[in-house]
Design a protein around this ligand. Sequence first.
Ligand code: GDP
Length: 526
Amino acid sequence: MSSISDQAKRRRTFAIISHPDAGKTTLTEKLLLFGGAIQLAGTVKGRKAARHATSDWMTMEKERGISVTSSVMQFPYKDAMVNLLDTPGHEDFSEDTYRTLTAVDSALMVIDVAKGVEQRTIKLMDVCRLRTTPIFTFINKLDREGRDAIDLMDEVEEVLKIKCAPITWPIGMGKRFKGVYHIEQDKVFLYQGGDASKKQAVTVIDSLDNPQLDEALGSQVDELREEIELVQGASHGFDKEAYLRGELSPVFFGSAINNFGVQELLDYFVEHAPPPQPRETTTRSVDPTEEKLTGFVFKIQANMDPQHRDRIAFFRVCSGSYTRGMKMRHVRIGRDVQVANAMTFLASDRGHVEEAFPGDIIGLHNHGTIRIGDTFTQGEALKYTGVPNFAPELFRRAVLKDPLRMKALQKGLEQLSEEGATQLFRPLRNNDLILGAVGVLQFEVVAQRLKDEYKVECAFENISVATARWIDCDDPKTLEKFREKAYDNLAIDQAGELVYIAPTRVNLELAIERHPDVRFLATREI
Ligand code: GDP
């Protein structure tokens, strides 16, 4: 067995961020294909649809062809071990999507060449910035007509505030799409359609001056040479330090559905993307190469095995190694637990894990004792930071059908909110139960699960709440005054923290302006 530090260095743990329909699922599939984890593309979607409908909300998931819960895919590629963490993206978008980004070492941003930077991508970039996550960019769907590549670079730089370093450059697009030029390698990769479900040979021509290129590209060759001269003069070169600081993104072009441009992306990614880095706890920074196991839980997924009503806690290993059957200290409750049957997420085979290293994710079975943000160690009382709650973007009021079930409703909402996809708020001025989420499907999931698991029938009604902010203030007197003034807009969250519930954005801005000594926070450390 190689050492922990060798294993840590091989790990590339990342997530794909994109707006729905940019091609995340397709690209995921192709990455698995190149990683040898699947032989034929088409299985990621297939697996989504084929998963057994094991409860009503799983049926809901199946009907919509979307995945309510996200997962982890591990595959070896060259010398690296890649961990790709799925970020739910369509209606299944939730706070889990954001929190998954706290468990990765880097991210890959996918942009649709016709649409450019879209709203969800902007939000996900903001979340990446909380931990200066290095970002790769893949501009997808070059087989379609889209926007000018230079304009797109400008848009990314301006809107997302990150410098672009094109590594490949497209040769035409849509009907005139001929391939990509690898600026760093000075090679042209020619595009040919065909069976996209398999890995295929690509014709490569060395050097931009090669006469073969004139033959292959015809009239487009002069265009390409001119454009590359322009791009090289005007754009940034790849600067690894700036990339690692999250200030510059290497950019690739391609067509995921046609497997094109993906290999170049993956090769560059495993070479340059960072392995696990030291991470902060409340007491000290922990280096991944430390001998002892430490890590934290960033997601809890329920009902994977509804017969046991089991919950899986997704645990990110930050240092040391996990071996089957070892004892781990559950720091928050101060208890040692023996972990014999942690799950692994090898893309080709989901089984029980024997060993896991920094950067890896393992699934811990639990019956409600584990919470998001919990740290596990081999004895040391550490607490990892940086696994926050995010302010919800959607709010609904729970309306109970049978008033006698109030206790059960409260308990259900509390327990389901502990899993982290929703948050519960109780206004100071009345007895409302307000549920907050960042994805609309969560309300349906909660309603269905309340019915299945708590025998409570409840509906979620629209209310006029635009956003929420956690309140922080150093001076108790100022806080008390604020509490009186803003009483009607204040609530308590499930952890007992004070939250400002804003009916409109304008209201929030005014409140911030009026109370300069009070901090309004969009995230809260768990
Ligand atoms: P996601 O919502 O980001 O996961 O996007 P999907 O991977 O599901 O892709 C959305 C749609 O775009 C699907 O219909 C794909 O077939 C299509 N698509 C993905 N990649 C490409 C591409 O390179 N070219 C074209 N023309 N379509 C693509």
